[in-house]
Ligand binder design. Sequence first.
Ligand code: SAH
Ligand code: SF4
Length: 376
Amino acid sequence: MTQAATPSPPNLAGLTRAELQRALVEAGVASTERARMRAGQVWRWIHHYGVTDFARMSDVAKETRAAMAERFVLVRPQIAERQESRDGVIKWLIRFAPGVEAETVFIPDVARSGALCVSSQVGCTLNCAFCHTGTQGLVRNLTAAEIVAQVQVARDDLGEWPTSNENRRLSNVVFMGMGEPLYNLDNVAQALDVISDNEGIAISRRKITVSTSGVVPQMRALGERTGAMLAVSLHATRDELRDALVPINRRYPLAELMAAVRAYPGLSNARRVTFEYVMLKGVNDSPADARALLKLIAGIPAKINLIPFNPWPAAPYECSAPEAIEAFAAILKRAGYASPIRRPRGRDILAACGQLKSESEKLRASARRRLTSPAA
Ligand code: SAH
Ligand code: SF4
């Protein structure tokens, strides 16, 4: 006879405010009338001070703290591996459950600020030809709590609790790690609510960027539900080439993608879309390609990010020559786009864009289809 495993107590660390309130009431830790106030207190301890020990919640009555400790936990996922590169990039391989691992990367800026690159899925269903994650297949979507946990783990490591408004090292969050965020929009939106909350981690929505390979039907919802900044992985200006590089283009070709970008809620000169463009030698890096790019995005408030291709073992492409990238960038600069080249960081620990891949095993294809058929 098999014995049922004892279920582990719920983890409060990644819940939204509403979920936290509900959990406290359901566990009998707070009355319905006081739930809002109590959840507010606990929220500050979790998300402003980063505590993982109920005993430290000094303005919460002792009995309440004990009651919470009996019914709940406040835990971080396991860090399976931590690497720091020569240029200060830190990469964590986080184990959410056995066989469910994803990578999170901190990229310090030159000033006292930096971006955390978070994963939204373990693996990816899409298989862009130049992307290491794409070779892995999808293991599963990350939950909102698991996305929030990536920010918490990074702040633990960087010593950034309690939240301060000045001199933050982790000042921005970009959804440019593993996975396609718009195939996991519910959880991404919920995680964004948590990390942007003013009484918590308080990273403003304008400092959070979500990158998509072009899941057109979800783009408006992303803007409406999250107010996040949009980045689009363009990489090609002709359907024929984009079909080969970013296969989702066969479903949502360039004309539809560009229309969705133009309609992105809140797009303005102060809130520009970022077009990412990976520089692949002899594939998409000629001066004619640069001019075609300018033509395609004309009139859209935009920034351009040229990403030198980051090689990974057995990758089928090469990075463009530095002169080709410079010449491409010069054409964009002349048209008024400032500093378009993204300096590759953390290459020595395979932490750069598109290099993330875990050894997690993928789900069966049928389960994968169930998980990722977009709601729309
Ligand atoms: N799935 C989303 C977000 C994650 S990928 C997306 O595709 O937009 C983040 C960025 O890295 C994307 O622009 C992606 O196209 C790019 N990228 C993927 N592999 C790369 C590689 N090997 N070198 C450089 N950029 C890469
Ligand atoms: Fe997935 Fe983005 Fe990689 Fe394409 S580039 S395979 S969408 S993670």
